[in-house]
Unconditional design. Structure first.
Length: 268
């Protein structure tokens, strides 16, 4: 059966260095921080040019988007990926900018289907929805860092970029006892410098190998067309980007999971 999915660094920017436990999410929540050797790195020589990520529509013989594969090749050394080339499982990820009343239903479906997803949170979401965040953690999902303010990371100076990551890290650790290790840059925008700052903070940058227009709550995609698109996009190592504000996603998630499994794939 084919399968689909969905560190640490010793480098530091100014003092940004954390240890991340390799344990499972539940074990992570209570794990003590591991000491990481701190080394200095000059970021001034790294490009600050803002780049926007998109997986594109071109696929290879395994139905993998070539944009995601190219991203891995270009930025893998900076602790960034858009597809899991070393794991055949599919990973479902959800960006949590604000709550629109569908996350509980999504969590219900994931629990029923026995799937662990990744939820990338901004600080405002975590502050306003602590019960949902706690449920995500308690049910074994992975909590990812989506920054404090949802700024475009490459537009920030290195120190502010670091603060956007580490202030959110500290809030989740202090409030929920959970230590995050995955980061998704807002809007998929990045630079060589911002990826390096992220890596120096002990984080892996996670983009995606599939996404579609699901974020506009006033123009939701038709359910049958959306389901066909999501199932048809399945590929080894896929990282799906979905938005929990989408009514369509909440309604079709169960059937999409069943459809992907029927094609011989499995989830993380």
């Amino acid at each position: 059966m084919k399968k689909i999915i969905v560190a640490l660094t010793a480098l530091t920017l100014t003092g940004c260095a954390i240890g991340i436990s390799p344990d499972s999410p539940k074990e992570q929540s209570s794990a003590e921080t591991v000491n990481v050797e701190v080394k200095k790195q000059d970021l001034s020589k790294l490009s600050k040019t803002k780049l926007g990520y998109g997986q594109g529509v071109i696929t290879d013989e395994k139905n993998r988007t070539t944009g995601a594969l190219d991203f891995n090749k270009r930025y893998g050394e900076l602790g960034a990926k858009a597809i899991d080339t070393d794991d055949k499982k599919i990973t479902l990820t959800f960006d949590q900018g604000y709550e629109n009343g569908y996350t509980a239903k999504i969590l219900d479906t994931l629990k029923e289907k026995k799937i662990r997803a990744v939820f990338f949170l901004v600080k405002d979401y975590a502050e306003k929805n602590p019960d949902l965040v706690k449920r995500m953690i308690d049910e074994g999902h992975i909590i990812g860092n989506h920054s404090v303010h949802h700024y475009s990371m490459p537009t920030l100076d290195a120190k502010t970029c670091e603060s956007e990551i580490m202030d959110m890290h500290k809030y989740i650790k202090d409030k929920f006892g959970y230590e995050m290790k995955l980061f998704r840059p807002p809007m998929g925008e990045f630079s060589e410098q911002s990826l390096t700052v992220t890596k120096n903070c002990g984080y892996e940058t996670v983009m995606w190998s599939f996404a579609y227009a699901d974020w506009d709550t006033k123009a939701q995609p038709e359910e049958h067309k959306a389901a066909k698109k999501l199932v048809g996009a399945a590929h080894e190592g896929a990282i799906y980007l979905l938005h929990s504000v989408s009514k369509t996603n909440a309604q079709i998630l169960g059937s999409v999971i069943d459809g992907i499994r029927a094609k011989g794939f499995e989830f993380n």
